[in-house]
Design a protein around this ligand. Structure first.
Ligand code: SF4
Ligand code: FES
Length: 367
């Protein structure tokens, strides 16, 4: 399908308000080199972005980061989102989400909170987060429930917590969550640096998948559980972002607009900024949003594959990271001529679990 035939409005905007964050999770997908991203759009500029996004057709706004609560003007942004008709979801570590701050956000029209938890017990969670935060997360969950907002608990799974899915489900029930998202690490940014130390072994993945199924049976009447598989263990890739330039867009703290969170790493991909170009023009006409839109850009074996409009050839950023070529078939696909790159990674993870080696050394914490 050509890029033109694929052209439709986006439904979701991931607004990365700030890369500042009180946590130091080694699986963070934020860029390792912050460079220009220390500069942040003003509140007024963000409001213009939200207006343009809604006019473009966006329905869901994910206020993310870093930690979006580092922005003192968050209530004004939420208020503006509500005014223009966007459903707003706060994606937060919970650090700083006091009753007072939450009340201001609720009054402004916040619709939903997604709270990250690093593990099922305080000490282990704090160790991964690189700071004492578990108790503040628990308090944040209480505040969200008191405020009557729907709550999703989000856990990024990896080698150091994937065996505690049952306990994580118990925690989500205790904390009054409506939904639990268990998503294996995506290896971009800091996570890519720590991949050898984060990637679970295959048996661990199978155990976590089975535990998620059991938890869904046990708690299904009060907790929705979403389990996102680690694609490196699959033989077909994930439909990353539901296809390039199909449904979602990302705006970075400085106003750069990307088709996905990691696209800024793709060499030679021109990046437009909301300060210079209207959002609609970026979505419909920019080179960055059109480069991998539709199916015309696809190489073999995707080009003739019946699944090309199901997974869209997988993830461009993963193809770049593992093969050095963003336009290659995602090597997770068993049909890729480079699939052995992925099988080697998985074998290394198995070996690392079997005994102490370099891959079980300390992780690089996000700064
Ligand atoms: Fe998907 Fe391409 Fe693999 Fe087909 S060949 S399953 S389209 S990645
Ligand atoms: Fe960029 Fe998947 S993260 S296409």
């Amino acid at each position: 399908m050509s890029a033109e035939a694929e052209m439709r409005p986006p439904i979701g905007l991931l607004a990365e308000l700030s890369y500042r964050c009180p946590l130091h999770c080694p699986y963070c997908s934020n860029p390792v080199a912050l460079g220009d991203h220390r500069r942040e759009l003003t509140g007024e500029q963000w409001c213009r972005v939200l207006t343009e996004a809604r006019e473009l057709g966006v329905l869901q706004l994910h206020l993310s980061g870093g930690e979006p609560l580092t922005r003192r003007d968050l209530p004004e942004l939420v208020r503006h989102a509500r005014r223009v008709g966007l459903y707003s979801n706060l994606v937060t570590s919970g650090v700083g989400l006091t009753d007072r701050r939450l009340a201001a956000l609720v009054e402004a029209g916040l619709d939903h909170v997604q709270l990250s938890v690093q593990d099922s017990a305080a000490e282990r969670s704090d160790r991964i987060a690189g700071t004492r935060s578990f108790e503040r997360k628990r308090a944040a969950a209480r505040a969200v429930k008191r405020a009557g907002l729907p709550l999703t608990v989000n856990v990024v799974l990896h080698r150091h917590n994937a065996d505690r899915v049952a306990e994580l489900a118990e925690l989500a029930v205790r904390w009054g969550a409506d939904r639990l998202e268990l998503a294996h690490t995506q290896y971009y940014g800091w996570a890519a640096l720590n991949q050898a130390r984060l990637l679970p072994a295959r048996e661990q993945v199978e155990r976590s998948r089975a535990a998620a199924r059991d938890a869904a049976e046990r708690h299904g009447d009060r907790l929705g559980i979403v389990y996102v598989v680690p694609d490196l263990y699959e033989d077909r890739p994930k439909p990353c972002m539901h296809g390039w330039g199909r449904r979602h867009l990302v705006v970075r703290p400085n106003g750069d607009v990307l088709p996905c969170t990691a696209a800024g790493e793709i060499p030679g991909l021109p990046i437009e900024n909301v300060l210079g170009t209207p959002l609609a023009e970026i979505w419909f006409s920019s080179e960055s949003f059109n480069r991998f839109r539709g199916t015309d850009w696809m190489p073999d074996p995707c080009r003739g594959c019946p699944l090309r409009e199901v997974d869209f050839g997988g993830c461009r950023c993963q193809a770049l990271r593992l093969l050095g070529d963003a336009s290659a078939t995602d090597p997770v696909c068993a049909l890729s001529p480079h699939h052995s790159v992925v099988t080697r990674l998985v074998e290394q993870a198995q070996a690392a679990q079997a005994g102490p080696d370099a891959a079980s050394g300390p992780m690089v914490p996000r700064r």
